[in-house]
Design a protein around this ligand. Sequence first.
Ligand code: HEM
Length: 330
Amino acid sequence: MVRKLIFGSRYFGKGRADGGPGEEEIEHADSLSTILVYVYAFCVTDYILCLRWITDFDGHEKSIRQAIFTARKHQDSLIDERIKQWKDGVRTKQDDLLDVFININNPRLNANEIKAQILDLILAAYVNVSNNIEWAMAEMMNNPKIFDKAVHELDSVVGKHRLVHESDLHHLNYIKACVKEALRLHPVAPFNLPHVTTADSTVAGYLIPKGSHVMVSRIGLSRNPEVWDDPLTFNPDHMKGDKEVVLTDHNLHTFSFSTGLRGCPGVLLGSTMTTMLLARLVQGFMWELPPNEPRVDLRENLHDLAKAKPLVALAKPRLPQHIYPTLHNA
Ligand code: HEM
């Protein structure tokens, strides 16, 4: 989705004949995953400066440089080609975000700035949505009552004769509660991205000197038993207090999109993408686990909070056939 939004195409390089991602796309996606692992990784030499004389003590620098090189190899050539198309007058209509970046006038961005912005956006938008939906589906499949309630909401708000649209999302409070509950219980990483304080400040009576690395514990907030009843249980009713559920939480009871100046600038897009994706998966298909798996294994990875085992489930259409354009054409 992010690729389509930015570059106007679904995959880098050629997709597979069956419609799946080709080699270039897989290489690009793998490099993004590697970058994200290192963005959140603990690096000893950030804190024990006397070890810095040993070049790349942890090996992080080499890995992240290689991953950025690979990601940019695929992105930058497309960006250069597009800038040329605009210069040569071959392209005249703005169709995607890359066109918008190229045509921003105040301030005008040079090629390097556009490339850096695009990498940042792709990274920011890439993992949050997929992590959230994988966990939401996994938890819901282990809780048939919750799943049925979500299906029921979709059937009464949207019906079975068309797919859910963006304009319906406003009325899908239970689906949004499922998304937000997954954001609460399964944040994408244990901490937020590291920030550095630009001035001395005092928070809750503690002095945080200028220049400190500040990392907020997302699970410290969102699994806090003083704030949440039964915090380790997935229960969309945790969000019952919200008259209309929104995925942001400026009180930081869940970290979701963070808050303030460095909070997520993609709140609207991120909320729409996640809610829409979950709504379509729940509305469009009946889901079953593989025969030898009675329940989804909900264990987390040891090094981050992602699912240790990717979710595998079998989807069967539950709406009339003509509603699925690709299935129908096939
Ligand atoms: C469910 C989806 C999303 C969630 C939960 C989410 C969450 C967050 C959070 C918590 C941060 C702040 C991290 C920190 O500095 O502590 C952030 C930053 C950011 N997000 Fe999102 N995000 C989502 C989707 C998106 C999308 C779709 C975009 C854009 C296409 C986006 C663009 C960004 C950018 C550019 C930043 C960095 C802001 C800065 O410079 O500090 N995000 N996001």
